[in-house]
Design a binder for this molecule. Structure first.
Ligand code: FAD
Ligand code: N01
Length: 563
C-alpha cells in the first residue's frame, strides 16, 4: 500500500462531519487532474481509488506489451507547461511501466496523494435532496458527504470475464489483461491459451509467444491492426514538440477530430486514383500508428472508401503470414476497418509465423467449456497450463453502474440507463444533480485522445463549480429536454458514420444483455468543445440550478439516507 495521509477525510471527521465540497471517485489520469484543479480553485476534495496506487488503466494493465497507441508526446497532460517540458518519454509509444511512472510523478509533483484514499472502492453514492449533498459509502465502511460527486471511474476499468462454463473447475492459472499480477508472470515452458484478439490480446500475443513453450490463440473475430513502428524517442522529434508545445496543443484543440494531431488529408479515398491510394496507404503503413486511418477523409463515412483501406490491410496480412489458411482467418471481413477500435501492434501478424504459435478459429470450433486441464472446443480438447483472458471491458457504463448511484427521489442510475446511457453532454444525467461524469457516455471520450478529453472535462466542470459558488447555487442538474436533445444528436451523428456496422464495445455489443446504443460522441472534439463552451457562456443553458433553503439555527441540514 502506498503511504498516504488522509487529509481531506480526516479534516471532515475532525470538523464534526462538515461536508466536503467534492468527492472524486478514481485516481487515474482523470481523478488526478480533477483533484489538482479543485485544489487550485480552493475547493475541498478527496478521492477514493480501488487500486493501491494512482494510474488507473496503467496501474491495472500490466500485461506484457501494454502500451499507448496515441504517441507519448500527445498522450500526456498539457495543463502544466513545466511538466510537459521536463518529463522525458523514452519511447514513441510509452509502455505501461513508463505510463505508470508518469502518473506517479504527477501525483508527487502536485502533492496529490494526501487527498487520495487508496485500496478503497466506492460502493454507493446517494443524493440527499434536502441538503443537496451526496452521501458516499465505501467498501471499508466509510461514509462521507460532499456537495459534488465526480465520477472519474474510467471507461475501460470494469474488466469482463466471459461467461464460459467451467472456469471454476480450471486447475491451471488464469489471468485477465486488465487485472494483471503486479509481480508479473513467467510463462516459460508453459502451454498458454489466449482468449481474445482485441487491442489487449494483439499487444500481449507477440510477447507471450516469446516466453511460452506453446501459445494457442483462440480467436472469435479477426481484428484490423496496423503496425506501431514503436522506437526509442528520437531527440529531434521530442525537441520539435517541446519547442512548440503550446501551439501544438492548441492545434489539437481547434483543428483535429480526436484531440490528436495526425496528418490530415483533404482527399476522399474513392476519388483518388488506385495507384495513389495504394501509395498513400503504404506510406502511412510504413510510418506506423493510427495515422493510417487518416490517409483519406472519408474512411469512416463512406463504405466504399473504407473498403479500400480494409483491402489494403488484408493484403498486408496475407503478405506477412506465411500460411495462407492462417492469413485468411486473420484477415477481418465482418466489419468496416475502424468501426472497432483499430489495434496498433508490434509484430502481431508476424507472430503467427512462429512454430510455437497456433491460431484456433472459434467460428468453426466454438468454446464449449473450460475443463480442469484446459479448454474444450467443438472439435478438440486443448491442454493448457495457463489461460489469458484478453476479453475486454464492460465499457463506458460498467464502472459507473458498479456503484449504487441514486439521485433525486432515490432514482437509480442503473434504471435510468437500463435502455442505454442518457446524459447531457456526457457530463450529467437528468435526475442526478451535482453528479459529474468525466469522459462519460455522450462525450467524445474513447474516440479521442483520452488525456485531452479528460482535461477538457475537468476544466469545464471546475469552471462550472466556481461559477456556481460565485452565484450562490447549491445544485446543478441537467434538464430532461436538453438531455433528450443531446442523446438524439449523439445518435444522429453516429448514424451518419459506419460505426453502427460493427458489434463493438462502443455499442455495448460485447456484453450480453447490454442495451445496444452507440455510447461515445462521433461529432469530433472541436464541435463538442464549442457546444460545451457555448453552454457555459449562456449561463449553462440546459442545466438548472437550485439553492438549498437556509435551515433554522441548530437544525440538521441532512436527512437520513439508507446507504
Ligand atoms: P482509468 O485510468 O480507468 O481510472 C479509473 C480509476 O477509477 C481506476 O483506477 C479504478 O480502479 C477506479 N475506480 C473505478 N471504480 C471505482 C470505485 N467504485 N471506487 C474506487 N475507485 C474506482 N486512451 C488513449 O487515449 N490512448 C491510448 O493509447 C490508450 N491506451 C489504452 C490502453 C489500455 C490497455 C487501456 C485499457 C485503455 C487505454 N486507453 C487509451 C483508454 C484509457 O482508458 C484512458 O486513456 C485513460 O487512461 C483513462 O483515464 P481515467 O482516469 O479516465 O480512467
Ligand atoms: O477488449 P476488446 P480489449 N469467447 O473488447 C474476445 C483499449 N486498449 O481489452 O470480437 C471468445 O476490444 C472478443 O471477441 P469478439 C482500446 O480502446 C487500448 O482488447 O467479441 N472470445 C475480442 O476479440 C480497446 O478497444 C490498447 O468476437 C471472446 C476480445 O475478446 C479497449 O481498450 C490496448 C469472448 C475483446 O476485445 C478494449 O480492448 C489495450 C468469448 N466468450 C486496450 N468474449 C492500446 O493499444 C470476448 N472475447 C492503446
Amino acid at each position: 500500500m502506498v503511504k498516504q495521509t488522509d487529509s481531506a477525510t480526516a479534516a471532515q471527521a475532525a470538523s464534526g462531519g462538515t461536508p466536503l465540497d467534492v468527492v472524486v471517485v478514481g485516481a487515474g489520469f482523470a481523478g488526478l487532474y480533477m483533484l489538482h484543479r479543485l485544489r487550485q480553485v480552493g475547493l475541498r476534495a478527496c478521492a477514493f481509488e480501488r487500486g493501491d496506487d494512482v494510474g488507473g488503466v496503467w496501474y491495472w494493465n500490466r500485461y506484457p506489451g501494454a502500451r499507448c497507441d496515441v504517441e507519448s508526446m500527445q498522450y500526456s497532460y498539457s495543463f502544466s507547461d513545466e511538466l510537459q517540458q521536463q518529463w522525458r518519454w523514452g519511447e514513441r509509444f510509452a509502455g505501461q511501466p513508463e505510463l505508470l511512472d508518469y502518473a506517479r510523478h504527477v501525483a508527487e509533483r502536485f502533492d496529490l496523494r494526501r487527498d487520495i484514499r487508496f485500496g478503497t472502492a466506492v460502493k454507493a453514492a446517494h443524493y440527499n435532496q434536502a441538503s443537496a449533498l451526496w452521501e458516499v459509502c465505501t467498501d471499508r465502511g466509510e461514509r462521507l458527504r460532499a456537495r459534488f460527486c465526480i465520477m472519474a471511474t474510467g471507461c475501460l476499468s470494469a474488466s469482463r470475464m466471459p461467461d464460459i462454463e467451467g472456469i471454476a473447475d480450471y486447475q491451471g492459472k488464469h489471468y485477465h489483461t486488465g487485472r494483471w499480477p503486479h509481480e508479473g508472470v513467467d510463462f516459460s515452458g508453459q502451454r498458454v491459451g489466449v482468449i481474445g484478439t482485441g487491442s489487449s490480446g494483439i499487444q500481449a500475443i507477440p510477447m507471450l509467444a516469446q516466453q511460452a513453450q506453446q501459445l494457442l490463440v483462440f480467436q472469435r473475430t479477426a481484428n484490423f491492426s496496423v503496425p506501431a513502428r514503436n522506437a526509442p524517442m528520437d531527440d529531434a522529434y521530442e525537441r520539435s514538440w517541446k519547442d512548440h508545445y503550446p501551439a501544438l496543443r492548441e492545434r489539437a484543440r481547434v483543428d483535429t477530430t480526436s484531440g490528436t494531431i495526425y496528418e490530415k488529408s483533404a482527399r476522399k479515398a474513392v476519388e483518388a486514383p488506385a495507384h495513389e491510394r495504394q501509395r498513400e496507404f503504404e506510406r502511412r503503413w510504413e510510418k506506423g500508428g493510427v495515422n493510417f486511418m487518416h490517409a483519406f477523409n472519408d474512411l469512416m463515412v463512406d463504405a466504399r472508401s473504407n473498403e479500400t483501406a480494409a483491402d489494403f490491410v488484408r493484403a498486408q496480412i496475407r503478405a506477412i503470414v506465411r500460411d495462407p489458411a492462417v492469413a485468411e482467418l486473420l484477415a477481418p471481413k465482418d466489419h468496416p476497418i475502424g468501426t472497432k477500435r483499430i489495434c496498433v501492434d508490434s509484430d502481431y501478424f508476424e507472430t503467427y509465423n512462429r512454430d510455437n504459435v497456433r491460431l484456433i478459429d472459434l467460428r468453426t470450433e466454438p468454446i464449449e467449456r473450460i475443463t480442469a486441464t484446459g479448454l474444450q472446443t467443438g472439435r478438440s480438447h486443448y491442454p493448457l497450463d495457463a489461460i489469458v483472458f484478453a476479453t475486454g471491458y464492460d465499457a463506458m457504463t460498467g464502472a459507473l453502474l458498479g456503484i449504487d448511484i441514486r439521485g433525486r427521489s432515490g432514482a437509480r442510475l442503473s434504471e435510468h440507463w437500463a435502455g442505454g446511457p442518457r446524459s447531457y453532454l456526457g457530463l450529467m444525467a437528468a435526475g442526478f444533480p451535482n453528479l459529474f461524469t468525466i469522459t462519460g457516455p455522450g462525450s467524445p471520450s474513447v474516440l479521442s485522445n483520452m488525456i485531452f478529453a479528460i482535461e477538457q472535462h475537468v476544466e469545464w466542470i471546475t469552471d462550472c463549480m466556481v461559477w456556481m459558488r460565485d452565484k450562490g447555487h447549491d445544485s446543478i442538474e441537467a434538464e430532461v429536454a436538453a438531455q433528450d436533445d443531446w442523446v438524439a444528436h449523439v445518435n444522429q451523428v453516429a448514424d451518419a458514420t459506419l460505426f453502427n456496422q460493427a458489434n463493438s464495445w462502443y455499442l455495448g455489443a460485447n456484453v450480453p444483455g447490454k442495451a445496444r446504443v452507440f455510447m461515445p460522441y462521433t461529432g469530433g472534439v472541436v464541435a463538442y468543445r464549442q457546444k460545451c463552451d457555448a453552454v457555459a457562456d449562456s449561463a449553462y443553458q440546459g442545466f438548472r440550478f437550485e439553492r438549498v433553503p437556509a435551515k433554522p439555527a441548530g437544525a440538521a441540514n441532512t436527512q437520513d439516507v439508507d446507504l
